[in-house]
Design a protein around this ligand. Structure first.
Ligand SMILES: NC(=O)c1ccc[n+]([C@@H]2O[C@H](COP(=O)([O-])OP(=O)(O)OC[C@H]3O[C@@H](n4cnc5c(N)ncnc54)[C@H](OP(=O)(O)O)[C@@H]3O)[C@@H](O)[C@H]2O)c1
Length: 244
């Protein structure tokens, strides 16, 4: 199976790609603006990985991304949807055009990808959305991500009865706080991010932030046959920082 990982060129998506690489399956890493990171990820994961630039907030771009991934090895596909764009804002002050864009990129994109992928989804295919505790928990300035993640989690539940008869599964993994460029963008800079991360590590009942394998191993499980009867779940891999 080819594994398409959106946002696979850095942060959480790249950590998942690294973890999945020993499976030996082709990896297609989606990216948007950072070509250097995309080239570095492909070089690190050669010869398994190739990178495809596509804005997941655009349905036509998602269709092209999925087609390139599906045609790479003839399919079928697993999909790990990790890409997200950051728009930190209070709701009452949100620019509506930017907010609608964030909802498309961070939420509706899941449907764009799944619809486009239908020709390459076969029995055994598994779709994993990377969600966040912010889908349910109110976090400061997080609505443009949190509301979109909540939309995607709802899409997952509605997609289950349509995908399960095809032998296709869909679930989500919500990692705990991880030190990535997204956190710096959300916090408003590297120093502010360090304070957020430090507070997050101390407040976590497990006493630390999430590391790659903490959530990537859960994604690996959801892609595999051991999770063959697991559908529509959101698995929080956060050390107990948030328990739904
Ligand atoms: N970091 C955390 O603490 C945390 C916690 C829970 C959940 N999450 C979730 O984990 C996922 C990954 O986040 P991260 O922290 O790893 O962020 P990150 O390191 O900033 O990576 C974001 C990735 O998404 C891509 N991307 C951004 N906008 C895109 C667009 N419009 N179209 C296609 N690709 C786009 C980026 O590509 P370019 O760089 O090339 O633009 C990059 O590869 C997100 O869904 C996030 O909500 C993060």
């Amino acid at each position: 199976m080819t594994i398409l990982i959106t946002g696979g060129t850095k942060g959480i998506g790249l950590a998942i790609a690294r973890h999945l690489a020993p499976r030996g399956e082709p990896l297609v890493l989606g990216w948007q603006g950072d070509e250097a990171a995309a080239q570095a990820a492909v070089a690190e994961l050669a010869p398994l990985a190739r990178a495809v630039r596509a804005d997941v907030g655009d349905a036509a771009a998602c269709a092209r991304l999925v087609r390139e991934a599906g045609e790479l090895d003839g399919g079928p596909l697993h999909i790990v949807h990790s890409a997200a764009s950051i728009y930190p804002t209070p709701l009452l002050e949100a620019d509506l055009t930017a907010f609608e864009g964030a909802i498309r990129t961070n939420g509706l994109s899941l449907l764009y990808l799944v619809q486009a992928a239908l020709p390459w989804l076969a029995p055994g295919s598994s779709i994993v959305f990377i969600s966040s505790a912010g889908a349910r928990q109110v976090l400061a300035n997080y609505a443009a991500l949190g509301c979109a993640k909540a939309l995607a989690e709802s899409l997952i539940r509605y997609l289950v009865p349509e995908l399960a008869p095809r032998g296709v599964r869909i679930n989500a993994v919500a990692p705990g706080l991880v030190a990535t460029t997204s956190v710096a963008k959300m916090a408003g800079g590297e120093q502010a991010a360090e304070r957020v991360l430090d507070r997050g590590a101390r407040a976590n009942p497990s006493g630390r932030l999430a590391e790659g394998a903490d959530y990537a191993a859960v994604v690996d499980f959801l892609l595999g046959d051991g999770a063959r009867f697991v559908q529509g779940q959101v698995i929080h891999a956060n050390g107990g920082a948030y328990v739904p």
